[in-house]
Design a binder for this molecule. Structure first.
Ligand code: CA
Ligand code: CA
Length: 255
């Protein structure tokens, strides 16, 4: 009875775990298979009105950022919203507290008017499984906040310009960064059991993104006094469009 109480009180956590109680120590073999899915909600915006430029709250893909439009009402070439997408994954014959790679977080680093983005989103992940006894692998939940950093682009250092995300409550695990215009994912590690964070998985395409050990803006050694400058598109057409829309001049910079 005590064993069951311990197990069923467990939750689901992302990015790995450490644990004190193993199935073998308990004298039983418990394995489960199923899927991990998630929705993204409770966004945080740089400014309240930025919610008008975001879509997908409550779904698995959240997009943000105001796209400057040309005279024909179309985004300028190369511009796009940024997005985060939770890609569902499966787990097969895992034991409680066993670390497994069960899903991915894909990040597209778009280019839009600076200051019109989101700065955070929550991941609500849930497991689905037909394995219920003695441990219920179904319906275990994870709720974790992500901080989104949309760096202003200086157009000089791609690593500096790369936008990034990190686990809000765990900056010590570093950040997942994607170059401007790039799209790639990071593997997410989960475990069923009494859990704490223990690390992150691999980046899918290392030509598009990378892991960085801190959550700080990467300094640009080529620019002693970093001063982001508007990109050509912004100068050519965006400034007038923004002015007409009454947006703040600071937003002419792209993030
Ligand atoms: Ca950037
Ligand atoms: Ca960007």
């Amino acid at each position: 009875m005590r064993r069951k109480t311990i197990l069923t009180s467990c939750g689901l956590m992302v990015f790995g775990s450490m644990f004190a109680l193993t199935p073998s120590a308990m004298g039983i073999t418990v394995l489960g298979s199923g899927t991990i899915s998630a929705t993204l909600d409770n966004p945080i915006y740089a400014a309240p009105e930025n919610s008008a430029y975001a879509t997908g709250v409550g779904t698995s893909k959240f997009s943000w950022g105001y796209l400057i439009l040309d005279p024909n009402g179309q985004p300028y070439p190369g511009d796009s919203q940024s997005s985060i997408e939770f890609t569902s994954g499966t787990f097969s014959n895992v034991a409680p507290a066993e670390i497994f790679t069960g899903a991915r977080l894909q990040f597209h680093n778009g280019s839009y008017a600076g200051g019109t983005g989101a700065t955070g989103i929550d991941v609500n992940a849930t497991s689905s499984s037909d394995d219920h006894i003695p441990f219920d692998f179904n319906g275990q939940h994870l709720h974790v906040g992500l901080t989104i950093v949309n760096t202003l682009n200086d157009g000089i250092d791609p690593m500096h310009d790369a936008d990034f995300v990190y686990i809000t409550d765990h900056p010590e695990y570093g950040s997942f960064r994607v170059y401007e215009g790039g799209t790639t994912y990071i593997d997410l590690k989960f475990a069923f059991g009494s859990l704490i964070f223990a690390g992150v998985g691999d980046v899918g395409d290392t030509q598009s993104g990378f892991l960085w050990p801190t959550i700080d803006i990467i300094p640009n050694p080529q620019l002693p006094d970093p001063q982001p400058v508007p990109e050509p598109l912004t100068v050519a057409g965006g400034a007038a469009a923004l002015s007409a829309l009454g947006l703040a001049s600071a937003r002419r910079r792209k993030a």
